[in-house]
Design a protein around this ligand. Structure first.
Ligand code: MG
Length: 281
């Protein structure tokens, strides 16, 4: 076939497709179907003055493939847009507080606090986020009160969601498992027994500062083993021991930190998602 005749063939196919589209459009109009529209433009404006109610031109939310839930035996899969901080294999996303490689141990797909190695923090910084963490207290249990399976998830390296063995074990309530340390006890004690895997699902909004002033305090929602234990709670400030927390001005993003409290607490399946504003791609 010559080049000219091939071009002619492609051209005629194209015109066939165009004709078919035209026939379908005429058919649709003849049958009273309007051109496809996703919504309305004659509806009231929503607060903010940007979008109508049911506005079809509003940006379509980004498609994310959901993950799967974990079982005691097997960690679940993270959602497709999560930053995986620990998948059981290595500590490459972490470092110690001096910026050196993280020296916690890896055993059977879990990372284990190495007493004396110090807390570990992510190399990357995060602000508003959804965080999933799984942890397991030492079994058999040892010690009592704060000296029993103690570690901690420090959002922005400053705001601690307590990790502690609180299964049939008591301490001051604002220091038990899932407490916002020194500020709020969990709404209920949803602790599993030591050695079992437990989950924290955390939605955190970073504080906003205006110069030296707090423009908006941090808020946090926490699910412990799927049970809500903090419901959009406003933090008093950084979480501290035997003192009243207060806010110190800090950047909009900061590393996530896990605490070394000298107990061999185990972690697995840690992932985080940036939480954006509506209509933000
Ligand atoms: Mg702690």
């Amino acid at each position: 076939m010559t080049v000219a005749s091939r071009k002619a063939q492609v051209g005629s196919r194209r015109s066939q497709v165009v004709s078919l589209a035209l026939v379908l459009a005429v058919f649709a109009v003849a049958h009273g179907q309007e051109p496809k529209s996703l919504g309305y433009s004659d509806t009231p404006m929503l607060p903010g003055g940007k979008w109508h109610v049911h506005d079809g031109t509003r940006p379509q939310p980004t498609v994310v493939t959901p993950g799967t839930f974990s079982t005691q035996e097997t960690p679940g899969a993270p959602p497709s847009d999560a930053v995986v901080l620990f998948d059981g294999r290595d500590l490459s996303k972490w470092q110690n507080e001096k910026g050196q490689p993280a020296a916690w141990k890896i055993e059977s797909g879990a990372m284990v606090v190495a007493a004396g190695a110090g807390g570990i923090q992510t190399r990357e910084s995060f602000g508003d986020c959804q965080l999933h963490v799984e942890w397991s207290a030492p079994s058999p249990p040892k010690g009592e009160g704060q000296d029993r399976g103690n570690s901690g998830v420090f959002l922005m390296s400053r705001y601690e969601i307590q990790v502690l063995d609180s299964f049939h074990a008591q301490t001051y309530p604002d220091g038990q498992a899932a407490a916002i340390y020194g500020q709020f006890p969990p709404l209920v004690n949803a602790a599993r027994r030591p050695g079992e895997w437990q989950t924290y699902d955390i939605v955190f909004t970073a504080p906003r500062f205006n110069g030296q002033a707090v423009a908006a305090p941090a808020t946090v929602t926490v699910f412990h083993n799927g049970i809500v234990v903090h419901n959009h709670t406003t933090l008093i400030g950084s979480t501290v021991h035997r003192a009243l927390g207060k806010y110190d001005v800090h950047p909009t993003k900061a590393p996530l930190m896990l605490q070394d409290h000298a107990h061999p607490v185990r972690y697995r399946n840690i992932w985080i998602r940036q939480v954006k504003s509506y209509d933000e791609p």
